[in-house]
Design a protein around this ligand. Structure first.
Ligand SMILES: [Zn+2]
Length: 390
């Protein structure tokens, strides 16, 4: 299976290639004998000039990868953490380091730019103008912070559990393929949305707890269990988008359950002047656009490529690229028709997201119809098994 095309980490700066030494904790761990849960590393901020850091209670700041203690103390209140020519600066203290780790004793004691995080935060100096932050957090705690952003906390428990297992599987897969990089996942829709503890809810936490350690496998292996908002009738095969052939992500699952989705149908009007600018930027200038027409279809019936006919020349472009250029929240899927009317491309579409794997609104429809989360997962990931990893 080839996975190098997955966009995780795309656009991140050169420090990505650094090997990370997953370090020992600066605080002694409990002697309970229970297995240590895996930690996931989530890029929670990038291209920042400074952070504001607050800590309640005891903390330790270490340089990385040496683990040399730079500062120990108790309590910080909105202290600026900035990048300098030589290194990093917290309040008045400056250190010639490019990476440091802030560790606290409690589980929710660290606040970075008004967002509260469990676990530890690593600060990375990308260059003399730019900082990034990576939250190292227990996988199950991370899922508490993902679920309420990916689904509504009031959805039926079976839909929430299906989402928890899919999100856990996806995260574990990314942890395995990215273990030599500086982070495993981004905190946006390019991975899974995560914003620390900000929107944690009792019901979504319960869905995580009640499925603790449960993952999807195919032929005994974890796979990237993609999901999306609404497939609008049929799921996409991963191979339609990426160089990835894996049976549970093969697409073609007919889903009538997401008809309840508010994203089932959508419309967008994109000014031709904007499209002309994008073509100039990413391809070649076509002049004034006269027509836009689909030239190929994917096996799941979505638009494969589009021909743009301009006054100077014409060009054929993959619909998935066109969607990215204009923005995935405006062109919500590649299941659409398009007509040039006056000075805009009028687009009528169906569904939201890439369409691969679990359809979130379809999972809701199935849960409302009384189906269990195991059945929902087997429906969207045909051939997959549910296994206990803990
Ligand atoms: Zn669906």
């Amino acid at each position: 299976m080839k996975t190098s095309v997955i966009s995780l980490g795309a656009g991140a700066v050169c420090f990505l290639a650094l090997q990370v030494f997953a370090g020992d904790s600066a605080f002694p761990s409990g002697a309970s004998g229970s297995p240590v849960p895996p930690k996931v590393r989530v890029l929670v901020a990038e291209d920042e000039k400074f952070f504001r850091l607050s800590v309640q209670g005891a903390y330790v700041i270490q340089s990385l990868p040496s683990l040399q203690a730079l500062k120990k103390g108790s309590g910080l209140e909105n202290v600026p953490l900035t990048v300098t020519k030589k290194g990093l600066k917290l309040g008045d203290a400056e250190w010639p380091v490019s990476r440091l780790r802030i560790e606290t004793k409690g589980k929710r004691d660290l606040v970075l730019n008004h967002t509260r995080f469990r676990g530890e935060v690593e600060i990375v100096r990308a260059n003399e103008h730019s900082l990034a932050a990576v939250n190292h957090v227990d996988l199950e705690d991370y899922l508490y912070g993902v679920l309420p952003h990916e689904v509504a906390f009031w959805w039926p428990m079976e839909a929430l559990k299906a989402q928890a297992i899919a999100a856990r599987t996806y995260a574990l897969y990314q942890m395995r393929v990215n273990h030599r990089n500086l982070f495993d996942l981004k905190s946006s829709t390019s991975s899974q949305v995560y914003k620390g503890t900000r929107r944690e809810r009792h019901r979504t936490n319960r869905a995580v707890d009640e499925t603790r350690g449960r993952v999807l496998t195919y032929e005994g292996k974890i796979f990237p269990a993609y999901f999306h908002a609404t497939c609008a009738g049929i799921t996409t095969g991963a191979q339609e988008l990426w160089k990835m052939e894996i049976s549970p992500l093969g697409g073609g699952v007919r889903c009538g359950y997401c008809r309840i989705s508010p994203h089932y149908y959508w419309k967008a009007a994109v000014p031709l002047s904007e499209i002309e600018e994008k073509l100039k930027l990413y391809r070649v200038p076509l002049g004034r656009i006269l027509r836009i027409e689909p030239v190929s279809q994917t096996p799941s019936g979505r638009v494969g490529s589009l021909r743009f006919v301009g006054t100077l020349r014409e060009d054929v472009i993959a619909a998935k690229d066109f969607r990215i250029w204009v923005g995935g929240n405006r062109i919500r899927s590649t299941a659409f028709t398009v007509k040039v009317r006056e000075d805009a491309a009028q687009i009528d579409g169906k569904g939201w997201g890439h369409g691969v794997g679990l359809c979130q609104w379809g999972a809701l429809g199935q849960a409302l119809a009384g189906r269990a989360h195991e059945d929902i997962l087997r429906f969207y990931y045909p051939g997959a098994e549910i296994r206990d990893e803990s």
